[in-house]
Ligand binder design. Structure first.
Ligand SMILES: [Zn+2]
Length: 310
């Protein structure tokens, strides 16, 4: 026993702790490294910490305090002294006019982690950049295909980049015959007359997607208007990017009881309360930028639990 404790190699680890939204320093939170034998804590001062730990262990790291959403990183392997930066979600921070508060965190959880009831509650994220919208020919008359292409051109110019927090450029829009394959980086868009609209809710690590869009409103005996088609395609593409319904339609596990009358941000693309918006809301944009921040990992759990360090 004395021999083993005498050979433990203690090392200094340090790093920055910053706000994942603004990049600014976190101050006054407590950072804790925990392994199977011990727990070591330090205070984060002006965005930095230093702590001594035993090397050769996997650590669970917590960053908690009134300044930020409680953060946990699992499986941090310390093999020697080194720098280990962390980012956390600072309360009251924001972007695009949206604020990271308790309501936003609940919205974010429903949007980014909840899915159809059979799916696990873990954050979805593209792990390669999407590059192409492949629009299938021959499923609707040529003038309706042209309407789809016109709408996709507008969405591509106005919103696609924001769906992935500007980590992707506008996509290449191509047309071609129907295909069975799901090539990496390709989002297949398949128009139909009146069998419905959908967008794939991907696995936690997304590489491809499929959208269908309904051209004819049989209840109203007419084609979709340009604006209706735009709202439909933008909503379905947000599904493909990562997002799930927040207030209307299938809400999956819905842990916070959102509904048409308890809807935190009714102008979200995913509020899904009838007429679909044709632009992202401020909260949609902020959510996308948290999902597509490099420190938010596929499989991230509520509130801010990353399954691995990198
Ligand atoms: Zn939907």
């Amino acid at each position: 026993m004395a021999a083993s404790s005498g050979t433990t190699n203690r090392v200094a680890v340090s790093g920055t702790v910053t706000d994942r939204i603004s990049g600014g320093p976190i101050d006054g939170s407590t950072i804790t490294f925990r392994n199977s034998l011990e727990t070591r804590s330090a205070t984060v001062v002006a965005g930095s910490y230093t702590i001594d730990v035993a090397s050769g262990f996997n650590y669970d790291v917590h960053v908690s305090g009134p300044a930020n959403v409680t953060h946990e990183t699992q499986m941090l392997n310390v093999t020697g002294a080194g720098e280990f930066p962390f980012s956390v979600l600072k309360w009251g921070s924001g972007a695009f006019g949206a604020t990271n508060d308790d309501t936003f965190q609940k919205f974010f959880h429903q949007l980014a982690r909840v899915g159809p009831s059979s799916d696990p509650i873990a954050l979805r994220k593209w792990v390669i950049p999407p590059t192409q919208l492949y629009v299938v020919e021959g499923t609707v008359p040529p003038e309706q295909l042209a309407a789809v292409l016109a709408v996709l051109g507008e969405i591509n110019a106005e919103s696609v980049s924001d769906l992935w927090c500007r980590t992707v450029a506008p996509l290449n829009i191509v047309t071609g015959p129907d295909i069975n394959a799901s090539p990496d980086g390709v989002i297949i868009v398949r128009p139909n007359r009146d069998t419905g609209s959908s967008g794939t809710i991907g696995p936690t690590s997304i590489r491809t997607g499929t959208v269908t869009c309904n051209m004819f409103r049989s209840g109203d005996n007419r084609l979709q208007t340009h604006q209706e088609l735009k709202g439909i395609l933008l909503h379905e593409l947000f599904h493909v990017a990562f997002a799930y319904h927040v207030c209307g339609g299938d809400l999956g596990a819905n842990p916070f009881g959102f509904s048409s009358t308890n809807c935190p941000y009714p102008d979200s693309l995913m509020a899904n309360l009838g007429d679909l918006p044709v632009t992202l809301s401020p909260q949609d944009k902020l959510a996308s930028c948290i999902v597509y921040h490099p420190d938010t990992h596929p499989g991230n759990l509520y509130q801010d639990v990353n399954p691995t360090y990198r």
